[in-house]
Design a protein around this ligand. Sequence first.
Ligand SMILES: [Zn+2]
Length: 113
Amino acid sequence: MSILKDKLVVARKQHICDLCGSKIENGESYRYVVDTFDGFSANKYHLCCNQAITKTFNEWEMCGEHEDYYLTSWIFEHIEDRLHSKGIITATMTDKEKVEEFLKLGKYEIPRF
Ligand SMILES: [Zn+2]
């Protein structure tokens, strides 16, 4: 894999975050990454989503574990917090209902680094 581009930019129009699937507003800073892992891909992330990714990967490296479940649960916790703060999901929903809401909003893949 090689990273072709990795930078912080300020949105000049509205985008959709590739991690949480919600809007990156005009004027908001976000991380833009272009890589060639598994084909060409360009991803945009909110700064808080980017922090979740960075933290996950740092911990992942520190503990030397390559466990997908761990990675997934950390990222999903972050997405859940974001959607909860926006009122998209509620505490009374089951995990299955929450996942259905996640899927309605955008694409949910583990970011590739
Ligand atoms: Zn996001």
